[in-house]
Design a protein around this ligand. Structure first.
Ligand SMILES: O=C(O)CCC(=O)C(=O)O
Length: 305
């Protein structure tokens, strides 16, 4: 029986019906939003109905089954290798459906306080086969050509995880410096080797001094969602010998986000050729690279009529 088939059966279990009667926006309490604002991260437990997880899992199967989506490998060829794929929304119908129809967009809008929402990107992190490496500590903001506060990443694991395999976050670090990124090609030798190497301060070596940081993570059940500010330092979540950790992050932004320049020595993530020709630093981040999600565009709404 395939994973999708197994999940379809589990979504027919009695718990699923109970979940569907709760309004996910009510589960996102004022306290959770306050944690997000203070710490840069918050978790909302048991908020996604199994049908949404099934949709993501079906999308992931399409990504991995010759979808032509580019699979980027971290720690390539080494024990611990794992896969990342970005901007699946453009080519995978299940991810489009999830972004428009699931409660994630409205929850993101409530967290960042914006009725207008655009998709910055979506990204799968796929750790299969056990013993996958830690995701190196980083902030997302140095890799992205943006400035502004109304942007949030929703991290969703399709697999149950013990706390040690969850993504970890350094509370409040979104209020501090923006560090250089790590360099994916050098990360196995040096997890703080700089991505740009010019204007931004080098990442701290958090692993060698963990007790100096307020590190947050949680035990995860499928259906839980972590909302994090992309300026918060995050990393971790290696897997044990028999573990599997398939996660997707959906990144949405609101009115205040603007285009910003990054050092010219390396590309930003994901690649957006032409963007710097159509926007000047400080311009609102509006471009076909970033589709509008809320209010739902008329042509998408029409699919329901
Ligand atoms: O799941 C992971 O290991 C990495 C996730 C991540 O870096 C992100 O959501 O920004």
């Amino acid at each position: 029986m395939s994973d999708v088939e197994k999940n379809r059966r589990s979504s027919e279990l009695p718990g699923a019906a109970e979940k569907s009667s709760e309004n996910p926006l009510d589960l996102l309490s004022d306290v959770a939003i306050e944690h997000y604002q203070n710490d840069g991260v918050t978790i909302v437990k048991n908020v996604l109905h199994p049908e949404w997880l099934l949709l993501l899992e079906t999308g992931l199967e399409r990504v991995l089954n010759a979808s032509s989506q580019r699979l980027h490998k971290f720690f390539e060829g080494k024990e611990g290798e794992f896969i990342e794929t970005i901007r699946n929304f453009d080519v995978i119908p299940e991810i489009r459906r999830f972004v428009y129809d699931s409660p994630i967009a409205d929850m993101a809008g409530k967290i960042i306080g914006s009725e207008n929402l655009w998709l910055y990107s979506d990204e799968f992190f796929i750790k299969e086969g056990g013993n996958a490496e830690r995701t190196p500590w980083h902030q997302d903001t140095p890799y992205w050509p943006i400035e502004g506060e109304q942007i949030v990443s929703a991290w969703i694991s399709l697999d149950p995880l013990p706390k040690e395999e969850c993504l970890e976050y350094v509370a409040k670090s979104h209020k501090g410096a923006m560090y250089d990124g790590f360099s994916p090609s050098k990360v196995s030798e040096d997890p703080t080797a700089p991505h740009y190497g010019d204007e931004l301060p080098r990442l701290p070596d958090i692993e060698s001094d963990r007790s100096a940081y307020d590190i947050r993570s949680w035990e995860i059940n499928p259906g839980d969602v972590i909302f994090a500010h992309p300026g918060v330092l995050h990393g971790g979540g290696p897997t044990g010998p028999n573990s599997r950790r398939r996660a997707i992050t959906i990144r949405l932004y609101g009115d205040d986000l603007r285009y910003a320049k990054r050092p010219p020595t390396r590309p930003t993530v994901p690649l957006t050729p032409g963007l710097s020709l159509s926007l000047n630093p400080g311009d609102p981040l509006r471009s076909p690279w970033y589709p509008r999600i809320r209010p739902i565009p008329a042509h998408i709404r029409a699919e329901w009529e």
